[in-house]
Design a protein around this ligand. Structure first.
Ligand SMILES: Cc1cc2nc3c(=O)[nH]c(=O)nc-3n(C[C@H](O)[C@H](O)[C@H](O)COP(=O)(O)O)c2cc1C
Length: 193
């Protein structure tokens, strides 16, 4: 059995470069597809949003959605505290600025919604109709602690589809078909700070 030597903080699949060996080519992980979402939360008067790809419908009856968030993210503590979140699924035409704004800075240091007059779902959390396919309002049922990350198992309590369009894909931009997305911007090749 090969020993997989994970990096100190192997947070996302593209950080797995340091565990490539003969048996396991970490690029093989690129075959798993994801969408991209702005996950919105709110604590008191402060709203926050961060980019996530790790969202999955686990069961249909009853509907359960799994969302995985790094403990390093401000978002993680807000979900733990409030038990509420919205996921806003980004469309393929989402400008890179949106990913930069929500995915490359932390709500610990900045107010990402300063100056915005956003729309809200019934739970009071922000929704982003302009760039999204739709949204789901979720309530946390259970948390699973994976050390670096928490997996939140959630029930949808509200949801809307704004338009049927192509989702922003999270996968290797080395795949030719995905190079069309944002002009081939290296969105999914990012390495967290
Ligand atoms: C394309 C992309 C995908 C990401 N996917 C995730 C994810 O699935 N889970 C996660 O916890 N962070 C993910 N991140 C990182 C967070 O968006 C990033 O750390 C953000 O700054 C956290 O903001 P916060 O501290 O305000 O919560 C992703 C970032 C990008 C750019």
């Amino acid at each position: 059995m090969p020993v997989l030597r994970a990096g100190k903080e192997q947070m996302y699949m593209n950080n797995a470069d340091d565990i490539t060996n003969e048996e396991f080519d970490t690029k093989s992980l690129y075959q798993i597809g994801y969408g991209l979402y702005v996950l919105t939360t709110r604590d008191g008067d402060k709203d926050n949003g961060c980019i996530v790809n790790t969202v999955m419908q686990v069961t249909s009856t009853p509907p359960l959605i799994a969302v995985v968030v790094s403990k390093q993210n401000y978002t993680c503590g807000l979900i733990q505290k409030t038990g509420k979140l919205n996921i806003n699924s980004l469309s393929e035409s989402t400008p890179f600025e949106v990913f930069k704004h929500f995915g490359y800075q932390s709500g610990k240091d900045t107010d990402k919604f300063a100056g915005y007059s956003p729309e809200r779902s019934a739970n009071g959390l922000i929704i982003l109709p302009k760039h999204t396919v739709g949204y789901l309002s979720l309530e946390v049922e259970r948390e699973l602690d994976f050390g670096t990350h928490i997996q939140f198992m959630c029930t949808p309590v509200e949801g809307k589809l704004f338009r049927m369009t192509i989702f922003a894909p999270y996968a290797s931009t080395e795949l030719p078909i995905l190079n069309r997305f944002n002009g081939g911007a290296a969105i999914s090749r990012f390495k967290p700070k």
